[in-house]
Design a protein around this ligand. Sequence first.
Ligand code: C2E
Ligand code: CA
Ligand code: CA
Length: 657
Amino acid sequence: MQENRPQCRRNAFYISLIYFIVSVAWILFSDVTVASMVDNVDEITSLQIYKGTFFILATTLILYFLIYKYFRKMQSQYDANLKQIRKNREIKESLKISQGELSRYDMLLSTIVNSSPDAIFAKDLMGKYILFNNGAANITNADAKEMIGKNDYDVFEPEIAKQHRETDKKIIDSREVVTFEERNITKDGNANILLVTKGPLLDEFGEPFGLFGIARNITEQKEHERFLEESKEKFYNLSHIDKVTNLPNRLYISEVLAQKCAMEVPFCLIFLDLDEFKIVNDSYGHRFGDKLLFEVSKILLEVFDSNIFIARMGGDEFGIVVNLSDKKKLERLMQKLHHKFSNPFKIDMVDIYITASSGICIYPDDAQSMEEMYQASDTAMYKAKKLGKNNFSFYDEEFKKEAVECMQMATSLKQAIEKSELELYYQPQNDAQTGKVVGAEALLRWKHDDEMIPPDVFIPLAEKSGLIVEIGSFVLKSAFETVKRWRELGILNSRVAINVSARQLTHLNLIETLKNMIKESGCEASWIELEITESSVLENPKLVISLLEQIRELGFSVSMDDFGTGYSSLSYLKNLPIDKLKIDRSFIMNIRSEPKNQIIVKTIIFLAKELGIHVLAEGVETENEHSFLLENKIDSIQGYYYSKPLPLSEMQKLLEA
Ligand code: C2E
Ligand code: CA
Ligand code: CA
């Protein structure tokens, strides 16, 4: 504490001055006063003694108070000083302690900072590093000590350094701590992905004086994640993407449909099926077929917006999910689509005309679940096929009724055999020249509830439901027995033809069944002819040809039914192991007025003769048709011209005659 000497001097001076004035005044006036009061010298002497004593007493008292005050002040000042000294000492002591702690804390911090594998750094407002730990040095391939005072342009690629500078400025301005992923490339081309946390450095007034950052190298982790992601994607693609068209597959569309149904918003499913694709596939090969499917997928992508979900469901079927339920709009869309199929597809320099049929069902009006959507759109598609090729059709309640009726009929058909509702009719086949019966075809009839259901209706149903195998066995058994009887009676010395459906033909047990039938019935294979359709050969040519060879080896004769309707080329014929060709009724009808049919029939007859195959015309009704065929050297004729299909007893009578 500094002394205030002039003040002290001044104070002492004033006090002394007052004392001096009072003393002088006392001497001057007290003696005069005393002399005026008494005349006696003795009295004056004693009064002066009292006066002197009084003066001493007064000044003593004043001195006492002054000294007392002075000492009191001195004492309190001393106490205050002592207190301050003690306090200072205490502060000094405590400072000593916290300084020790501070240096320990410093050490701890720097140990953590430098042993951390993460980059820890700080920059001043100019972007110069004021802290750069070993972790940061490792990531950037820089020297930690040398980096102090340098900036990002000294370590990173200029573009990256520029980005850092911009980010840093934003963080300092916003005064917020942020965490983000960052791709870093050092000057020597080392690329890393970092998880960075950056924030501003603020002083005690909240003003920024720099920026701190912590960064973790997550390059490996990211690569691992990417690898996992890619593997997942690859796996997903493998199971969800169709390889031929690169479109989503059935599994994928099923997931989409299930999701859509769960969301309960209207949408529609278009089920598109190519017409006669199998024929293209079988005629030109699978690679060609795949190319065609790819071209079709291109058309679909062209017609529908990119946000519409298109999938290949398998084979020649496509599924399209559209967020539309307005029939008018859908109709326009479908017209546009089907119009595209009127142009040929050019594949391997070949122009291919292929059409498509599609069925549309709307959620939730027509169906409420994924399975129902499939079923309804499939039903609508079949309706479109029935309407004629390259058509589309909406699902409606009528289909449902039809489907239910179909199911009911399938159930009744199942019981038809047990209930003896099935019966074989026989239609004679006659020699074209002589008119003599040279064979017969067994044709199935179903008498159900006093109604005669035509085979055109129930045979496709039986094929679809798989009942055809059982029904086919009944036909074979029944025909074999009849043939055996007629042979024993000696009324028949020609073959009876039995229809074998595609499904029956490729059924595993057919050859075995035929062998057993021969054994059981006592029939000879050479008394029987098996009719197969052209389309069943086209469905699976290799398998069917080998089956036909086996059938012929057993001794049966084979004829090709409905010839001319299956689009197979005539040159195809020579590879088929067949004995007889049956020209379809559609070529015979009105043959006199149809020059094109005349050419076709003439060519078929010519070719069959060249190949040594017997040729028969089906559905001959009139004299006109008969005479044309006769002129063109047809071998035999089957048709109302000679006879309608007859019940067994009537056919027997005809043979006996
Ligand atoms: P499909 O094998 O072509 O049999 C010939 C069909 O033409 C028979 O019809 C016959 O009645 C009919 N038809 C014969 N001549 C004439 C004619 O001059 N004019 C007209 N308009 N029609 C004639 P159906 O009996 O109704 O049989 C229809 C089809 O059902 C058969 O055609 C055949 O594909 C199938 N089918 C019949 N029975 C069997 C069978 O036992 N098994 C199998 N898998 N299919 C059978
Ligand atoms: Ca037939
Ligand atoms: Ca036929």
